[in-house]
Structure formats: C-alpha cells, structure tokens
Design a protein around this ligand. Sequence first.
Ligand code: ADP
Ligand code: MG
Length: 603
Amino acid sequence: MSRVKILDEETISHIAAGEVVERAASVVKELVENAVDADAQIIRIGISADKTGITRISVTDDGVGMDFDDALLAFRQHATSKISRPEDLDGITTLGFRGEALASIAAISKVTFTTKERGSASPEAARVVIHGGELISHAAVGAPEGTSIIIEALFYNTPARRKFQKSVPTELSHVYDMVERIALSNRHISFVLLYNGKERFQTFGTGSYPDVIAAVFGSSFSKELTPVSGSFGPVKIDGWITRPGSEMKTTQTRFYLAINGRQVTSRQLQWAIREGYGTLLPKGMFPAAFLDITLDPRDVDVNVHPTKREVRLSREREVMRFIQDAVYSSLHEERVFSPAPGHKPSVCSRLTSFSLPSPAPAPVREIVTTLPAEIVGEPMPVYAGKRETRQSPLKQTEKQLRRTETHDLPETDLFVPEVLGQIGDTYILAKNESGDLIVVDQHAAHERIMYDQLLARASSAESGQELIVPLPITLSKKEIAALPDLQDVLASAGYLLEPFGKDVWMVRSVPVVSSTLGDPETIHAILDAALDGVGSTDEVLDRVLKTAACRAVVKGNTPLTVEQMQRLLRQLMATQSPYTCPHGRPTTIVLSKSRLAGMFLRT
Ligand code: ADP
Ligand code: MG
C-alpha cells in the first residue's frame, strides 16, 4: 500500500528551512527517528570507524516498512507519509514530517536501503541503492519485515563538510549522545548500539525510565534520582531528577527533556526546574533531570528550527509554572527525605530508634547568653509531617505551602541523626542507623531553622513581638523614601515601624523568633535587602526573611552541648529543606559507609 507522497508547493512553503546533515550523529538521528516513527520494537544501530573516520552507519528496525514503489519515492525531496496539508503542521505527532532526510543523506553518501512492508502479501522486499543522489538500482530482494539502511562513504562528495568532521572519539560521542537521548524518550523500544561489532549499550523496551537510565548511565546513578510527576489538564510531567543531598554538578550536562516524545532543549523549562528546587539546590549547581512532558500537540510548534531541537510553546508561562510546582511538590514529598527504595536509611535514622536525651544539664553560661532561646530552651513547634497534596496546579510559594502545614505534628514522623560530637566549635558530627557519617554546619543549619520559623509565622498575628521600650532608629533619605511602601511587607515579617521625627522612625515590634533582630544594624540590612531589586510582595518578603534568618543566627564559633546539638538536628530535619540554608549553601554532608570504604580503598 502506497503511503509516501510528495508534498505540494504550498505545504513546502510552510516548512522551516531545510536541514543540513552536519555530521554522523545527524544521520543517525534522522535514521533512528524514522525507525521510531515506523512503530519499531527493536532498533539496532551499528557504527564502524577506522583511523580515517566513521566508515559505515547502519540502522535496522522491525517497523512497518514500505512497499516497492514507496521505497524509491521516499528518497525524493519532500516525500513523506507523515503530513499532507499545511494544517497538519499544527499538530505533529511524529518525529519527522519534512520528507527531506533520506533525500539529503542519499545526496552525500552511498546508501543501501532495504525494506519490506509489514503484513504484506508479497514475499519480496525492495532494495534501493543510491550513490551521491544517483540511483544505482531498485530491485526486489528477500528480507524480513522492517527496514534496514546502510550509509557508507559519508561526505565522500562534499570535501568541505568532510573536513569539518572532528576526531573519531568526538564524532562517536555525539552519536552516542543522540542515541541515548532517543532511547531515553522512547522507553518502550529496545535499542542496541554496536561499535565495530561490539555492543556499546542496550535498552530493553520495558517502558521504565529507571531501567533506561540504568542502562545508559549505570545503576548507581539511577539510585540518586527521585521521581517527579503531575498533571494539569492536558499537561503532564513524568520523570526523574536528582535527589536533594545527592551529588550535583556545576554544569547542566545531564538534562534530558522530551516534549511529546521529542528530545528538545529549552532554557525556559530548564530554569523552571531549577526554580522548583528553590533552596534545595546549592548555588551554581545543577541537578540531573530526565523529564517527559506531554502537551496538546497544537500547543507545541516544532516547525521553527531545522533540527527540530528547539520548539515553541504557545502557553509557555503556564507550562513553566506547572513544571516548577510539580518539581517543588515532588521534592517536598516525604520520600525525598526517606531512604532510597531498597536502601537502608542513608541520611538519618528514625527518631523513634533511640531515646531522647533527658533534659539538658544547665548549659555553660556563655552558651546561654549567646544562643537564642529556641536552641537552648524547649524545641519550637515542629514544621514537618504530612505533606499537603497539591491543591492548585500553579506554583505555590514556599510560604503558602508552609502555611498549610505548620500544625504541630508528632515528631515520630522525623528522621534525626544521632549526635557524636562537635569539631572546631562549628561542625556537628552525627551518625545514622546504617553507619553513615553526617557532618552538619551548625550555622547554616541554624539559618535554615530560623528561616523556616520566620516563614511559618510571617503574615500571622504572631509574627512580631512588641518591644517594651520602642527603639528609635535613624534612617537614610533613601530608606525614608521607601519605607511607607515597605511597611506592609515588614509587618508581615514581624516589624512594626512608625515615623517619629524628621529622619527617625520607631521600631515597635520585631520578629518573634529572635530578639537580636531589633539591632539597628540588622534593620538597616533588612531594609537594604528589601530595596535590593524589584519583585512581587512575596519576593520582597522572602528577601527580608532570608536576611533576618541570617542575622538571627549567631556568628562565629560556638561550643554546643550534646543536647543542644541534638535539638538543632531535630529542628533541622523538621524543616522543609534540611539540606541547604536559605541561600542555597549545604547544611549537611553525608559520608556514606560506602564512600568511606572507597576512601580507604576497601572496595
Ligand atoms: P520524514 O521522516 O520527514 O517523513 P524522511 O526523508 O526521513 O522524511 O523519510 C521519508 C519517508 O520514508 C517517511 O515519511 C516514511 O514514510 C518513509 N520511511 C523512512 N524511513 C522509514 C523506516 N525506517 N520505516 C518505514 N518507513 C520509512
Ligand atoms: Mg525522517
């Protein structure tokens, strides 16, 4: 049955500029995508190379194949079975649609193409041989159902392009990357990649993301990931991203994004994912991400760039917010903080597994005076426990989410490491049940706790404590000019300020969490933060709270008792993002047993 047709002039005129076959990897991409579009279950890719470069590329599939005439027609410019009218460009569901790849590849190489239509009555397959765009033969041969294409002498008649080929390892790495990307977004298909006859990797078509990730990157890497999923109307997100606390990279190398099965790049969506991590992401670090996004095909324009790697989304802002929210919600579900599936706890042990220390003996005087009450005294309310399920698909700020969760909850929900001691009056050493060593930066941890407490109280009636004696503060002209507009935000944080004299204002209340927040220096710093850049009220409030958290934390080295450290860890684990301070620096380093074993060369 004939399916392939030459597109009419009008449709051709709507298609973005023709693609250029730049390197071996572009050829592999086009051929493998054709096999995917042909409903293949198994796709075998063979690459051969010698010192001179890549000598042979072959792709074999068990897809629908083509009949005798189509096999030849497919090599004509603008010959495709995937679209036929300009309107079809509005809802493309196949990887190809321009009908250009086979023609372009056949023009610059020697091609042997064998295909047999699935379920056809004829016993014969078609074989087409084309050298440099010239038909050498079109004949009937015996072959199984499906398609096999062999490309030899790539760029043999285009010396300029051949000269631009990099070394064999570089070209191969592009080929591998391409096949990996296609395999990651087509998990129901089994891919086998051979180099000079040796198997390089294989996926098994199980449909499972972790299976493909493990096949491509190794099983230990796949254990560092946590699932993300969510849907909002026709928009769906499904995939895996780096678990907070796992190794992050300073470059975004492992970012795999597929929209409707097509691997694409998108700075916007990359940004949305990072935003979803918020402070869980240390500064300058990037998570790995493997994400499938499903959208209404009419909302995706793939016809903007010849390589189709860039797409245009019609409701991009909405999609970005949704992705950010889905990442945020997924990361804040309990499982992120609990052990990886099939693993013993790796971050901390359950609180219930050891008894709480008896009330602290009277701490050293110096500590009582330098440490804020909530570390020395009884623990503050616990801010963890049951995570609210998403109510709105749109982004909820950290604050909004927190507000729904600030009820006191049983502490047995928490995982808290057991304190071993303190070093340098700065770091807390602890261990968990599986014998991992945990090092906590007490100041960063304290900042995280403070921030959470400030956030939990922000905008509530209990955010501020009235000062018995109001505090006069002399302000700069800039501060005075801005203050009337900032009064509401500051009030949400717990600061009540009122004009008093020409350049003097009265501080009537300061945030409850720490009395040190009434220092004039602190108030100037907070005004600075509020005035530093623009933003929504929530963003300004967030800057205010981050600065307050930083200011509320004791600077310098502070010796702590075991009880104080234990309480600090308990409060830290009760925060929403225990692994980073509000500025994104890590609070906690985990030296797992296996990492220690590695350092001692025991493995
Ligand atoms: P496009 O993929 O944009 O349609 P191509 O030049 O890549 O253009 O392929 C032209 C046509 O050849 C396709 O539309 C399809 O009908 C057919 N074709 C190519 N490769 C295969 C394959 N592996 N199996 C079945 N049909 C194929
Ligand atoms: Mg194609």
